[in-house]
Design a protein around this ligand. Structure first.
Ligand SMILES: [Cu+2]
Length: 653
């Protein structure tokens, strides 16, 4: 990926400053004023209830020209400053607000001194407008203005971000809302965008360098001898030793929850660190819509608002049947719209812990500005179990110490090795063909990049994939610790969640509001394996990183496909498909929800249905920025209606 070549020269400036020096600098350098200026309107702590009622936050008007300028701007907090990659001078960028059915015309001017781009995450746009350099266009060169112009074919909460280098990590992201033509099936009195992200004063290149040298560089929370004896007390010596031995063999650690952590990240809510306490105002009894967006480069957040239950009304921007819970994990690049109804005349904390518990973002809902509520203490770091290694079928749970080596034959489907087909790279001829197992299709072959294709699938559309054994095919040296068994984990809240006695949102709870009128079975199944090696910090798909992948994966215009994503690693990967909504097969048939991004847990097998119609090459990748950068990325090429393949090339003006 050419645009991901390292092009940073100045990057981030980190300079610890004393208070005196900081105040001195503030006069000359404008640091304090800069901080104020950096914040977009919707991120200001509220002091006027009226000003925060709904659509006043609109920056871009529908059907009118929107201008965005990408530049570098000083950014900082807590006495530290750096240089952010900003959109119209702010982090996050301005809220873009349009109306469904209208047209967006957005002029993007690049003042960075290096190429940039904007991708409209989750929007169904013509291929040339999708904004991925090297896939859809050549990028926006410095000094140039590129005009994005596309019809708005959907409603909902989305966001936008750079697809160039590490600009997204440096602040190049913002929220995007498309108001629906039809009235929404739920009511609310006011609304706020709650955009979560992660910021580091370290240059992203330095972060990558550190982590490549040592996979656990940012993981200071290593297990100790004390932990060992605690585990012995809990599960016994034999199980503890067996567990440690298995982890060692996998060259993984059970605390590899996140590869970049709060030891370098500061977690932000609407561009503000926890101490700044972003505040959204309400009048007691009002229904408040919170549009949560996870714009982090590498962090999942577990979100709760103690004292308030939340009702999900949209996921990935699309209406869902209301489901009520106390906590949710927001996947990287996902959006969840929830409604809360605070009735008391008091403040409530919006608490967003990072998944690995190394830090948190925080904001407040309050009847008056300047109020705050108790901020919960972070829970202990979760540990992965053998299930996350694909080793403990039907045993144990999260954070548990399941004994490996159990008999897997009872539940394992019989595998039938297919005839070996043309396949470069690693040997997949012993991959389970599964022709005889229920719920899977007839093996058709593997593409040169290792993607498995099956025809005439037998499993009913919308059903959950069955557990599968991973036989042979370890995806080469770029992959370590290939999961032995993969299965659906959509009903699980995820590592570190679900043990606090409160309700946690899981994907099997989510159903689309209106069932699909037609819900056809897929004609073909395409199976991709997420692969990697944490110790060497290599990430790939089917054991092949993007730069070595031979061809795009071909899709036919209008064909119904099942995309099966198998996570053979022990880290979670939020996978994002450009250009098409996917229907997550979570057991609800025609009520399966639409998603643009789906998290795939360790050792999980997730399947989605899709009917791509917009021709051209579309990116498909992990939304952990470093994983994408290092090769967990593919291109799907959708044919023209007449079956021909064309490459779309946008041109900078
Ligand atoms: Cu990933």
């Amino acid at each position: 990926m050419e645009d991901l070549e390292r092009s940073y020269t100045d990057g981030i400036v980190t300079e610890p400053v004393t208070r005196r020096r900081f105040l001195h600098a503030a006069g000359a350098f404008g640091a304090l004023a800069g901080l104020q200026r950096l914040r977009p309107a919707y991120a200001y702590p509220a002091n006027d209830l009226q000003a925060f009622a709904g659509v006043e936050h609109r920056v871009a008007g529908a059907a009118s020209r929107t201008d965005l300028v990408i530049d570098r701007t000083p950014f900082g907090f807590g006495g530290r400053r750096g240089i952010a990659t900003t959109i119209n001078g702010s982090v996050p960028g301005p809220l873009l607000r349009f109306r469904e059915g209208e047209r967006a015309t957005i002029h993007v001017t690049n003042r960075l001194g290096e190429d940039t781009s904007i991708h409209w995450h989750g929007l169904l746009v013509p291929n040339a407008m999708d904004g991925v350099p090297g896939v859809n266009f050549s990028g926006i060169h410095s000094g140039q203005t590129f005009v994005y112009d596309f019809p708005l074919r959907q409603y909902g909460t989305y966001w936008y971000h750079s697809h160039s280098g590490f600009q997204e990590q440096l602040g190049h992201y913002g929220p995007l809302i498309i108001d629906p033509i039809e009235p929404e099936p739920f009511q609310y009195d006011r609304e706020y965008v709650v955009m979560l992200s992660d910021w580091s004063f370290e240059n992203p290149l330095k972060i990558l360098d550190n982590i490549k040298k040592q996979g656990s560089y940012y993981n200071f929370q290593r297990r100790t001898v004390g932990d060992f004896f605690k585990d012995v007390d809990r599960v016994g010596l034999r199980a503890t030793i067996a567990d440690r031995w298995e982890w060692g063999k996998m060259r993984m650690s059970p605390i590899d929850i996140a590869d970049v952590t709060g030891s370098t990240y500061t977690y932000l809510l609407n561009g503000l660190p926890a101490a700044s306490n972003w505040t959204g105002l309400f009048r007691p009894g009002e229904r408040v819509r919170l549009r949560f967006i996870n714009a982090a480069a590498g962090s999942y957040f577990d979100v709760r608002i103690p004292g308030l239950e939340m009702t999900l009304v949209q996921a990935s921007g699309q209406h869902v049947q209301p489901v009520t819970f106390d906590e949710f994990r927001i996947e990287i690049a996902q959006t969840f719209d929830v409604i809360v109804q605070p009735t008391e005349d008091r403040a409530y904390t919006i608490f967003a812990e990072s998944m690995d518990r190394s830090g948190h973002a925080r904001g407040t809902l309050a009847p008056r500005a300047g109020m705050s509520a108790e901020v919960p203490t972070r829970r202990p770091r979760p540990t992965l179990g053998m299930m996350d290694m694909g080793m403990a079928m039907g045993m144990g749970g999260h954070g548990g110490m399941s004994m490996p080596g159990m008999d897997m034959s009872a539940a394992a489907p019989k595998s039938v090795a297919p005839a070996a087909t043309g396949h470069a790279g690693h040997d997949m001829s012993s991959m389970p063909g599964m022709a005889s197992s229920p719920g899977s299709g007839v093996f058709e072959g593997t593409l040169r990049d290792g993607t498995i294709i099956r025809a005439s699938n037998l499993r009913a559309p919308g059903t959950i994939p069955e557990p599968m054994m991973h036989v042979g095919g370890k995806h080469g040296s770029a992959s370590a610790g290939t999961a032995m068994e993969t299965r659906s984990r959509l009903s699980e809240p995820g590592a570190g969640l679900g043990e606090d006695g409160w309700r946690v949102l899981v994907w099997t709870d989510v159903k689309r509001l209106t069932p699909a009128a037609t819900f056809e079975a897929p004609a073909r199944e395409i199976e991709l394996h997420l692969t990697g090696n944490m110790e060497r910090y290599m990430w790939s798909i089917n054991g092949i990183k993007y730069s070595d992948a031979p061809d795009p994966i071909p899709l036919k215009h209008g064909e119904r496909i099942r995309l099966t994503i198998v996570n053979d690693t022990m880290m979670a990967h939020p996978m994002h498909m450009h250009g098409v909504f996917m229907e997550l097969e979570n057991g609800h048939g025609p009520e399966c929800p639409y998603v643009h991004t789906i998290n795939v847990k360790p050792a999980e097998r997730v399947s989605l249905l899709a009917t791509p119609v917009d021709p051209g090459p579309w990116a498909f990748h992990c939304h952990v920025l470093l994983h994408m950068d290092l090769g967990m990325f593919r291109v799907f090429q959708v044919s023209e209606p007449d079956g021909t393949m064309t490459t779309s090339e946008g041109a900078a003006s």
